[in-house]
Design a protein around this ligand. Structure first.
Ligand code: HSE
Length: 302
């Protein structure tokens, strides 16, 4: 039996659109073994409506690995997927599913590809590299491509030990495609410069700086302002997090989840204060604490 655990992730982190990712301690878990019959059972998030046939994203990812790498079809597999990552909430559920699929295919085929090689294939399947990078490598990741734009690469680092997360997860989902549809074709120099300064400040702060700088470091002008068309309460939600004592907050990926940052010593107080400030308001949000996942996808054999 092979068990794969692929973490959820938060992409962008405010200014780092399609670039920065943070691995979250919430997992998509696959338990799989070769079998006489193909079978996929899903438990957890999406279990009532996710397909279990060839159009399932795990099965598609395994099939793409075999087709692209081995020019063959995958063997019959008995797979149980336990998905703890809410779907279409900006928490990298599709990236974690793809990552668990290609890592499983790598294990059962015995190809022994490195995480760097699997990252290239998984990013191609996902269409953008930021969530995939975080789910594969863990910690904080910086995804980039070569000058042609065709070849994705990623670099990871561990953010400060003290960093803790609070997630504000809306009840309603939002498709990434729809959220990307709100973005303009072109952006201006001033906005680009604004974001460049924030990304530099954000990376420095997460590595070793004063976490109070996360307030300005998480600001963004490239995607969040446009996405408020679909998420009119975004600004208010970020403000609530800050007033509750969080260092700062941002849209998680394409949304609609908001990710807020705090410290180990402040986490419970910030969590309680966010919940308190939201009570009585018409915001359908589940507020949960979350750890940074520092390892990325892992594999166990039994
Ligand atoms: N960087 C992507 C976006 C993340 O913002 O559209 C999608 O999860």
């Amino acid at each position: 039996m092979i068990t794969i655990k692929a973490p959820a992730s938060s992409a962008n982190l405010g200014p780092g659109f399609d670039t920065l990712g943070l691995s979250l301690g919430i997992f998509n878990i696959l338990e799989a073994e070769k079998s006489d019959e193909s079978r996929l059972v899903i438990e957890g998030e999406g279990s009532r409506y996710l397909p279990v046939g060839d159009d399932n994203l795990v099965l598609r990812s395994i099939a793409i690995f075999y087709k692209e790498i081995l020019k063959s079809s995958p063997p019959k597999l008995d797979i149980k997927m336990v998905n703890n990552i809410p779907l279409s909430r900006g928490m990298g559920s599709s990236a974690a599913t793809i990552v668990s699929g290609v890592v499983l295919a790598n294990e059962i085929s015995g190809k022994g590809f490195s995480k760097d090689e699997l990252f290239v294939l998984a990013s191609k399947i996902e269409g953008h590299p930021d969530n995939v990078a975080a789910s594969i490598f863990g910690g904080m990741t910086i995804a980039y491509s070569d000058l042609s734009g065709d070849h994705h690469k990623a670099n990871s680092f561990q953010p400060q030990e003290e960093l803790q997360i609070v997630l504000l997860i809306p009840g309603a989902s939002l498709s990434t495609l729809e959220a990307r549809g709100t973005l303009p074709e072109k952006i201006g120099y001033q906005d680009a410069t604004f974001n460049l300064s924030r990304v530099a400040l954000l990376v420095k702060t997460l590595l070793s700086g004063d976490l109070n700088l996360l307030g300005p470091a998480l600001e963004d002008k490239l995607h969040q302002p446009y996405r408020t068309k679909l998420m009119p309460d975004l600004e208010k939600t970020i403000e609530i997090c800050k007033k509750a004592g969080a260092y700062g907050a941002a849209l998680s990926g394409a949304g609609p989840t908001v990710i807020a940052f705090t410290s180990l010593s402040q986490r419970e107080a910030v969590l309680a204060s966010i919940k308190d400030r939201l009570s009585g308001r018409d915001f359908d949000l589940t507020v949960i604490p979350c750890e940074v996942d520092r390892y990325g996808v892992r594999i166990e054999r039994s």
